[in-house]
Design a protein around this ligand. Structure first.
Ligand SMILES: NC(=O)c1ccc[n+]([C@@H]2O[C@H](COP(=O)([O-])OP(=O)(O)OC[C@H]3O[C@@H](n4cnc5c(N)ncnc54)[C@H](O)[C@@H]3O)[C@@H](O)[C@H]2O)c1
Length: 346
């Protein structure tokens, strides 16, 4: 990875500094095989943590990608994977006392949360989040970092409004907000819960349903067609995955972060049409594209308020959209080269 962070906890001597301060703690990552979870696992291992990952390889998207995500981690002595749905019960025996449970498992995806999709969204985002909190409380695990979402704001994004109304416009957004509210309830019982509202995350291993992933795949001559939703004017505060990982780890270890809720955004807002242009430049090929109606639940703009994350976590995003997309382009290229080599071998 050529992009580097300059944050205090994660600079060039990060491992030494981290171990001086925190030792080699035991931690749990739920959703470990997913896009963000697998990056988080790697960074925690590099910092010297002993990591137990939990992932049930939800068939919502291809598990081959998830297995690839964990290829490096799986070869490390300090990593164990429990391939079951959030079997937190059994973790105490394996881990002793984990310092932090990073709870990233869930069913992301706004569009799939409508209709029958809500059965899975509510089960994976609400029921299982309550179970994680309950298990942590019962087993005496002191601290949970919960992966929430900018979707809790709905269409209420305004950088100058310090307390914007939480008003989701999709069932997915509702499910993530309930996960936060359950966290508030468990705080009353003494569990430390930090909530991080991630703003559209991108980078290598991005989920196949996400727009940038679909754009890169649509630059292949025989690839799928990218279905642009709406006129492409909708704008997002895109956030590079390594920046998200750093904020997440900081929220797990910095004491002042306990029981706080943070916006984690990339620092600038970009329209879908601008991203389309960048992806085409990086790929040196046009995106095969069709336009469909803007679906329900898609906010026109998302804007993060990252002051609290700066003040409490000492965190700010470091990776520019262009640099991060170049990393993602390399990841897609690598996958295609590998897939092509298998075809030739056949
Ligand atoms: N990617 C984003 O832009 C974004 C933005 C806001 C919030 N989030 C949140 O961050 C988290 C991670 O998102 P992601 O993009 O990495 O998604 P992902 O789908 O790649 O990862 C989620 C992982 O959780 C696992 N999982 C689901 N249900 C499980 C269960 N019951 N038991 C064990 N494992 C289970 C899945 O198999 C998957 O590997 C999610 O909670 C999501 O809601 C993501």
């Amino acid at each position: 990875m050529s992009v580097q962070s300059s944050n205090i906890l994660f600079g060039p001597t990060a491992t030494t500094k981290f171990q001086e301060q925190y030792g080699s703690p035991n931690v749990v990552v739920t959703g470990a095989a997913g896009f963000i979870g697998s990056h988080l696992v790697e960074r925690l291992l590099l910092l010297g943590c002993r990591v137990v990952g939990v992932d049930d390889f939800d068939p919502w998207y291809d598990s081959t990608q998830k297995r690839d995500n964990l290829a490096w981690a799986s070869a490390q002595d300090d990593f164990d994977l429990i391939e079951e749905p959030l079997a937190i019960d059994g973790l105490r025996g394996m881990l002793g006392d984990p310092s932090v449970v990073f709870h990233l498992a869930g069913r992301p995806g706004v569009q799939d949360s409508w209709g029958e999709g809500f059965v899975e969204s509510s089960h994976r985002n609400i029921d299982l989040t309550q179970r994680v909190y309950e298990m942590c409380l019962t087993n005496g695990f002191p601290r949970v970092v919960y992966a929430s979402s900018s979707s809790v704001y709905g269409a209420n994004a305004n950088r100058h409004d310090l307390t914007p109304e939480l008003s989701p416009i999709s069932p997915y957004g509702v499910s993530k907000l309930v996960g936060e509210q359950l966290g508030q309830v468990y705080r009353l019982r003494g569990l430390n819960v930090a909530c991080l509202r991630y703003f559209t995350v991108f980078g290598p291993r991005q989920r196949p349903d996400m727009a940038m992933h679909r754009m890169f795949e649509a630059t292949r001559p025989n690839g799928p067609v990218f279905m642009r939703r709406g006129d492409g004017s909708q704008s997002r505060e895109f956030t590079y995955v390594e920046d998200v990982v750093e904020a997440t780890i900081a929220a797990g270890f910095i004491d002042e972060a306990q029981n706080c809720t943070f916006d984690i955004g990339g620092g600038s807002v970009t329209s879908l049409n601008e991203v389309i242009q960048i992806v085409e430049q990086l790929s040196d090929r046009p995106i095969r594209m069709e336009t469909v109606d803007l679906p329900a639940g898609d906010p026109p703009v998302t804007v993060a308020r990252t002051q609290l994350a700066q003040e409490v976590l000492g965190w700010e995003p470091c990776v520019e959209l262009l640099d991060g997309l170049a990393e993602q382009a390399r990841w897609h290229q690598h996958r295609w080269t590998y897939a092509d080599s298998l075809l030739i071998a056949d």
